[in-house]
Ligand binder design. Structure first.
Ligand code: PLP
Length: 342
């Protein structure tokens, strides 16, 4: 199967697996795993934060951060299409008791003035707004990169109003490579931020959440409480360190592949619109006269090509470590034939 469904589909390479073999390990819950500790220190430094904690998934990073920042009944602001609001099973409500104030935007990059307008006035009646969440890059709008000055502008408004700021950095390293600005620059205005190792970085498990020492202390308490504390996690942390050593700069290849793919897709029949990829994600909308996204996905699957349906007429394609230029022809052929169906 040629898999353009998601960058989460990458499989750890042989050399990444070999990185586990000699990794020193210990009991992570007790702070005795040197490989995990080294990864946490490295990511904290890279993101310009005091401390960091290793977690099994990006979702847990988001949800622990929400629980640190919000008491039940308090509100977070985020784009309506962000992962925290759309794709975490209602966890902000279920786990943090959070209210959500969703904002609309064209591309996932929030207008600072819209953020200002969404902050509730201090009132006994209103839910208190406590947190602004951003997503870098923005998944469901096509891997859009927030410009650093826009990140800073939103953070300044949030902090000016006494709110905390959180960055979902599932694909922050894609933004770093695409923009040329360092990870710490992107994260400078954000009180909590995390990166995921299981997207374009190609590791099988792991994410690291960073922030101040006090934030991480509280995050650790919640990690323990929610069952996220581990034992000899150095074996997986070693693969994450390997990913930082070997798989960051090469994200540029994924971005180039996505750009080349988008150019070819413009020739396809029954396409209403295609996003212009800034990183590794492409969304395309099928015209009303064409088949449904589900029908195209199934047609391609039967021809050995996996792609994603994100809505009745919306298809997502993602480039990553395990697809390359040679996979474009079979993808294009399957899509061209699939889109001709009615
Ligand atoms: C923007 C974004 N945030 C969070 C996540 C959750 O990450 P994980 O799959 O590691 O829980 C994803 C996963 O696809 C994502 O795309």
């Amino acid at each position: 199967m040629i898999d353009f469904y998601s960058d989460t589909k990458t499989r750890p390479s042989r050399s990444m697996r070999e990185a586990m073999l000699d990794a020193p390990v210990g009991d992570e819950q007790k702070g005795e795993d040197p490989t995990t500790a080294a990864l946490e220190a490295r990511v904290a430094d890279m993101l310009g934060k005091e401390a960091a904690v290793f977690l099994p998934s990006g979702t847990l990073c988001n949800e622990i951060a929400l629980r640190v920042w919000l008491k039940p009944g308090e509100t977070l602001i985020g784009d309506r299409a962000c992962h925290i609001i759309t794709s975490e099973g209602g966890a902000p409500a279920a786990l943090a008791g959070a209210m959500v104030h969703p904002l609309d935007s064209a591309d996932g990059v929030l207008d600072p003035e819209a953020v200002r307008g969404a902050i509730s006035p201090a009132s006994r009646y209103a839910s208190a707004t406590r947190l602004v969440c951003v997503e870098q890059t923005f998944n469901l709008k096509g891997g859009v990169v927030w410009p650093v000055d826009q990140l800073d502008a939103v953070a300044a408004i949030a902090h000016g109003a006494g709110l905390a700021t959180h960055m979902d950095g599932a694909r922050l390293m894609n933004a770093v490579v695409a923009s040329g600005a360092g990870a710490a620059q992107h994260a400078a205005g954000y009180d909590s931020v995390w990166i995921d190792f299981t997207k374009g970085l190609g590791a099988p498990v792991g994410a690291v959440l960073a922030g101040s020492r006090g934030f991480i202390e509280e995050a650790w308490r919640l990690k323990q409480q929610m069952g996220g504390a581990m034992r000899q996690s150095g074996v997986i942390a070693a693969m994450c360190s390997f990913a930082l050593d070997h798989n960051v700069e090469r994200l540029a290849e994924d971005h180039e592949l996505a750009r080349n793919l988008a150019v070819r897709l413009a020739d396809l029949p029954n396409i209403a619109s295609i996003t212009r990829p800034q990183t590794n994600l492409i969304f395309m909308d099928i015209a009303q006269a064409g088949p449904t996204a589900a029908a195209v996905v199934e047609f391609c699957r039967q021809r050995g090509v996996q792609i994603g349906a994100f809505g009745a007429r919306r298809i997502r394609l993602v480039t990553h470590l395990d697809v390359g230029p040679a996979d474009l022809d079979p993808l294009y052929a399957a899509l061209a034939a699939g889109l001709h169906q009615s």
